[in-house]
Design a protein. Structure first.
Lengths: 499, 95
């Protein structure tokens, strides 16, 4: 049999419906690949029994003719989503042993459509990180390794990006056809760019956040991580819904996103923001961006220079707003209701010991920053100021969209770096998200599409940012770019060899 | 603005995170690094700008103030590190 793990989601869907193979066969091949790929540490928990049961159900449904685009498709779920009676810990020790008695709305939607759960994927603890090195369950290794000048493969490990590092590694390593991710400041798009995948962060409010373990509630959004733009369209349609249990989820009809993929962007206006041309940006990123502009022109789109004047303030704004929200969201972890408890001499000591043991260094750092900027006397100077600058950043985008339909930028300022390289410098790590954070602060939909390789043959992505609830344009332009880029590189398999 | 040892000890206490004496000094450095970096926001003129309250334009949904769900005591207690007689338990707080 051909290697079913190499298929795209849409090819698998078509093959399943034609009866070329069953969901059980497809699922079993993925379970084998997961076993062989364990050293990448992309899965925290493998749910083989559940997967096979779901696959058999899906096969019945396909036979009965009631399949959807996701029926029988084996996918990976980020550990941040609550899945009933299955490990859901946001890769934190403080949620040690937590098995929710309920299912998140996004995963419920996927199961309703017949998708198959392969397991829960590793991530930065509470989604706080850009390299997947802050997980309690250890770092994730990217399937990609740089190619040295002599043409041989590097022997050191690279980061997959973060925070959805396990999800992208599962998909890029052919251990899942697709995966769920979540994006607060770039956690879907940056790792997708680092691993040659498509990552879509929809508009804030498009997916329900119910049952997602909160990080920064005004920014968190779920979205798909896939091999192609078409796959992202299919999966997005299943994940999105209005949900009475999340008052920020929006009552809007979910369109058939696949229908938006017409391949025609003639006359469309593409904005190029001059502020994204940063000092010290590697030349290969600049060149890739220019290449993207040429592709858009060749497809008949019109290129328009725009200005987003407050871009440079987006990251510092984010690093006030997100820690502030995190410090209050994470106040719920007190050793009483769920997860870890470390005893102490008093109730207060129990809280303090539990939170000391349960949270990793980066999470503790962000809670302290958040507590400080919200504390009496500093609230106006930091938090209120940041929320005002956030308004200005959103206004920049609103003004730009009077002239353009979509904005084209690089996804990240570099290719993936080696494991451990940036762990000692928080701000250097934060700068990874310099191009993804502005759209997050403005709540806008944005996609990363694989567009080329770096000098060392590591994947690079380009980002398209759209208007609120216009995922369709983002996907349509994204697919045109995907076809123009014709990115076919795959990581050379170095893992799984018996030593 | 910058933090000193006393402030870091204070916010760690507010956040209910135990911090050892010898960890405070390095934390002061780390936090000040980040704070001085976010300080650049002070150069932005925000006179007359309303703080962001919602990124998408939506009206807050309303519903009748009625109990529509509940009765999950055992589910809620199922993940508690300590539970007795249908309650969460904590260390003694009254002498």
């Amino acid at each position: 049999m051909t290697e079913l793990t190499k298929l795209t989601l849409s090819d698998a869907r078509d093959g399943l419906s034609k009866g070329d193979f069953t969901s059980r066969e497809l699922t079993e091949q993925h379970l084998t690949a997961m076993e062989q790929g364990r050293e990448l540490n992309s899965y925290i928990v493998e749910t083989a029994d559940i997967a096979l049961e779901m696959a058999d159900e899906a096969d019945k449904r396909i036979k009965a003719g009631s399949a959807t685009g996701m029926t029988g498709i084996p996918i990976a779920i980020k550990d941040l989503f609550c899945t009933k009676n299955v490990h859901s810990c946001s890769a934190s020790h403080i949620l040690n042993g937590f098995k929710p008695r309920y299912e998140s709305t996004v995963t419920s939607n996927l199961w309703q459509d017949g998708a198959v759960m392969l397991g829960k994927t590793n991530m930065d603890e509470f989604a706080m990180g850009s390299s997947n090195e802050t997980s309690y369950y250890g770092s994730v290794k990217s399937p990609w390794r740089a190619v040295k000048a002599d043409g041989s493969l590097e022997t050191k490990d690279y980061v997959p990006g973060g925070s959805s590092g396990g999800s992208v590694t599962a998909v890029a390593g052919d251990m899942a056809l697709a995966a769920t991710g979540t994006d607060t400041g770039g956690s879907i798009r940056q790792p997708a760019a680092f691993t040659g995948l498509v990552g879509l962060k929809p508009t804030y409010g498009r997916c329900s956040r119910w049952g997602m373990i909160s990080f920064a509630s005004s920014l968190d959004q779920a979205g798909p991580i896939t091999k192609t733009v078409r796959d992202a369209a299919i999966m997005m349609e299943s994940m999105a819904s209005h949900d009475a249990k999340d008052s920020t989820s929006v009552k809007r009809i979910v369109p058939n996103y696949e229908h938006a993929l017409t391949g025609d962007i003639r006359g469309m206006k593409i904005g190029i923001p001059k502020e994204y041309r940063m000092d010290g940006m590697p030349e290969e990123i600049e060149k890739l961006w220019q290449q993207g502009i040429e592709w858009m022109k060749a497809a008949g789109a019109e290129i328009i220079d725009i200005s987003l004047p407050h871009t440079k303030y987006a990251l510092p704004t984010y690093y006030i707003v997100a820690p502030a929200e995190a410090s209050s969201n994470l106040a719920r972890y007190d050793g009483v209701k769920y997860g870890l408890r470390v005893e102490g001499n008093s109730l207060d000591d129990m809280y303090k010991n539990t939170r000391r043991e349960g949270f990793g260094a980066e999470v503790r750092r962000r809670i302290l920053i958040g507590t400080y900027v919200l504390s009496a006397g500093y609230y106006d100077a930091y938090y209120l100021k940041a929320q005002k600058v956030r308004t200005l950043i959103a206004q920049d985008f609103a003004k730009a969209y009077e002239k353009v339909d979509v904005i084209l930028t690089p996804t990240a300022p570099s290719a993936a770096f080696a494991l451990g390289e940036k762990m000692n410098d928080p701000i250097a790590m934060y700068l990874n998200d310099v191009f993804t954070v502005p759209a997050s602060l403005a709540g806008l939909p944005a996609i990363s599409v694989p567009a080329g390789l770096s000098r060392e043959k590591m994947p690079l992505g380009l980002q398209l940012i759209g208007q609120a609830f216009d995922e369709e344009t983002v996907l349509r332009v994204g697919q045109v770019m995907e076809h123009a880029a014709h990115f076919t590189a795959k990581p050379k398999i170095w893992w799984g060899a018996k030593s | 603005m910058s933090v000193d040892n006393r402030t870091v000890a204070k916010i760690a206490n507010l956040a209910r995170i135990a911090v050892k004496e010898d960890e405070i000094e390095p934390l002061v450095g780390e936090l000040n690094n980040i704070l001085s970096w976010i300080e650049q926001l002070s150069e932005v003129n925000t006179d007359g700008v309303a703080p962001m309250t919602s990124v998408v334009e939506v009206d807050l949904p309303w519903r009748a103030d009625k109990v529509t769900d509940g009765g999950y005591r055992d589910d809620i207690l199922a993940n508690a590190p300590h539970a007795e007689h249908g309650f969460f338990t904590v260390p003694k707080v009254i002498e």
